[in-house]
Ligand binder design. Structure first.
Ligand code: HEC
Length: 217
C-alpha cells in the first residue's frame, strides 16, 4: 500500500491489549460455564462474582502497574498477575459469608420399607448424598461459592423427596424410574465427581426393580 511502510505507532501495543482483552473474555466465559453448568451455581450469583472479579482485576492492574496508557498498553502477563491477585482477594473475601457453612444433617426419621438391603445400598450410592439426611460433606463443600451451590441443591433435593424423612417427603416409583431412565438422576455433574454413583445398566435395572418392589407400582 503506498504511503504505509511501517506499522503505525502503537500497533504493537494495540495488539498486546487485544490479546489481553481476548484472554480476559476467554477466562470469564470459562468461569461462567464452570460455575453455572458444572457446579450448578445460580447464574445471577455467578455473574455478580464475575463482575466483582473484573472490577477488582482492573483496580489491581492500576495499583500494581500504574496507568496502562502511559505504560504502553495492557500486556497479557500483567493481566494474568492482576487477575490472579483479584481472584485471591475476591475468593478470600467471600469465604467470610456464612451461607452454606452449616453442614449439620437433620436426623434420619423414617425410611421406606426397603424390599432388600441391596436396593438400599444402590440408592445410598447413587441418591443418598442429596435425597437423604445422610449427606457427606467433604472438605471442598466448605469452600464458597461451591458450598453455596451444593447447600441449595441438597436442600431442594431433600424437599423433592427424602429417603430419611420418607413419611413427610415421599415420591413414587414411577417418578424415580423415569428420572433414572432419562439419565437425569443422579445429575451428570455429580456423576463426574462420584464414581460410586455411576450405575451400570444392570445396576439401574436392579435399583428400579427394587424401588418398585419397595414402593409398589
Ligand atoms: C447431586 C444431588 C442429587 C443426587 C445425587 C440425586 N438427585 Fe434427584 N434431584 C436433585 C435435585 C436438586 C432435584 C430437584 C430439582 C430438579 O428436579 O432438578 C432432584 C429431583 C429428583 C426427582 C424429581 C424431579 C424429577 O426430575 O423427576 C426425582 C424423581 C429424583 N431426583 C430422583 C433421584 C434418584 C432416583 C437419584 C439416585 C439414583 C437421585 N435423584 C440422585 C438432586 C440430586
Amino acid at each position: 500500500m503506498p504511503g504505509v511502510e511501517r506499522e503505525p505507532e502503537g500497533a504493537g501495543s494495540a495488539r498486546r491489549s487485544l490479546a489481553a482483552l481476548l484472554l480476559s473474555m476467554g477466562v470469564s466465559a470459562a468461569f461462567a460455564v464452570a460455575f453455572i453448568v458444572v457446579v450448578g451455581l445460580d447464574p445471577g450469583i455467578t455473574f455478580a462474582l464475575l463482575a466483582a472479579l473484573l472490577v477488582s482485576a482492573a483496580s489491581a492492574y492500576r495499583v500494581l502497574f500504574g496507568s496502562p496508557r502511559r505504560a504502553g498498553g495492557i500486556t497479557v502477563g500483567r493481566t494474568v498477575m492482576a487477575g490472579a491477585l483479584a481472584t485471591l482477594v475476591v475468593f478470600g473475601a467471600i469465604q467470610a459469608i456464612p451461607h452454606g457453612r452449616d453442614h449439620t444433617n437433620p436426623p434420619v426419621v423414617s425410611e421406606p420399607a426397603w424390599d432388600s438391603p441391596r436396593t438400599r445400598e444402590l440408592a445410598a450410592a447413587a441418591c443418598f448424598l442429596c435425597h437423604s439426611n445422610e449427606t457427606r460433606w467433604p472438605g471442598y463443600t466448605n469452600v464458597a461459592p461451591v458450598s453455596w451451590a451444593l447447600t441449595d441443591h441438597i436442600l431442594t433435593a431433600r424437599d423433592t423427596f427424602n429417603f430419611s424423612a420418607w413419611e413427610e417427603f415421599p415420591t413414587s416409583a414411577r417418578l424415580i424410574e423415569a428420572a433414572i431412565r432419562d439419565g437425569r438422576m443422579p445429575p451428570w455433574n455429580f456423576r463426574l465427581l462420584h464414581p460410586e454413583a455411576r450405575l451400570s445398566a444392570a445396576e439401574k435395572e436392579e435399583l428400579i426393580a427394587g424401588i418398585r418392589a419397595t414402593l409398589g407400582g
